[in-house]
Write a protein that binds this ligand. Structure first.
Ligand code: GTP
Ligand code: MG
Length: 171
């Protein structure tokens, strides 16, 4: 059971194949989830066009800001493995006086690799996943310092699957 403020900006953090989109679908309404893939698709007609990432995140941050201004819980489904990408989320949360919260899905690189292997839209090589995994290890040490008020780390598929979310009232 993890506690999430009823109004928060939730950053999912995890390597490709860690189960972020699955977790988001399980626990949140579709409209609460802003996915980097979706926004790449909006701006570039291709969810996998990495060259569209900057434009996609601009729009994602903009929509997140509008949702937070309206008092709506917002979940960002992106790898969020780099401190500079997370900084944009902390910034938009602070601008709207909303708590940034991180939920880290920490799964073994081998499991993630096995899962992405069966996805035709995930064609990167193993070394890309290895780099993501290294970035994740690094991220674990710095999330709290970056301004995330809560950092929930879910370790392994069993813990991830068993997790429930409890909403905390804000006073
Ligand atoms: P990216 O979008 O590439 O960053 O990956 P992701 O972190 O969003 O992972 P996603 O939720 O797409 O899961 C990857 C694959 O693993 C999918 O085929 C899922 O069906 C599968 N998967 C995710 N979570 C679970 C789980 O708890 N159990 C099982 N058996 N499969 C899972
Ligand atoms: Mg995904």
């Amino acid at each position: 059971m993890i506690d999430v403020p009823e109004l928060a900006l939730v950053a999912l953090v995890g390597i490709s194949g860690s189960g972020k989109s699955t977790f988001a679908r399980t626990h949140f309404k579709p409209t609460q989830v802003l996915s980097s893939d979706y926004f790449r698709g909006l701006v570039a007609d291709d969810e996998n066009d990495q060259s569209a990432s900057a434009a996609a995140f601009d729009v994602l941050h903009y929509v997140a800001g509008k949702r937070l201004a309206a008092g709506r819980l917002t979940v960002v489904d992106a790898t969020n493995l780099q401190s500079h990408s997370r900084a944009g989320l902390v910034k938009v949360a602070r601008e709207h006086d909303v708590l940034p919260v991180a939920i880290v899905l920490d799964v073994a690189e081998a499991l993630a690799w096995e899962r992405t292997g069966s996805r035709p839209d995930r064609t990167f090589g193993r070394q890309v996943l290895t780099r993501m995994h290294r970035d994740l290890r690094r991220s674990l040490g710095s999330l709290a310092r970056e301004g995330f008020r809560k950092v929930h780390v879910l370790r392994g598929p069993d813990e991830i699957a068993a997790t429930e979310i409890r909403y905390e009232k804000l006073y």
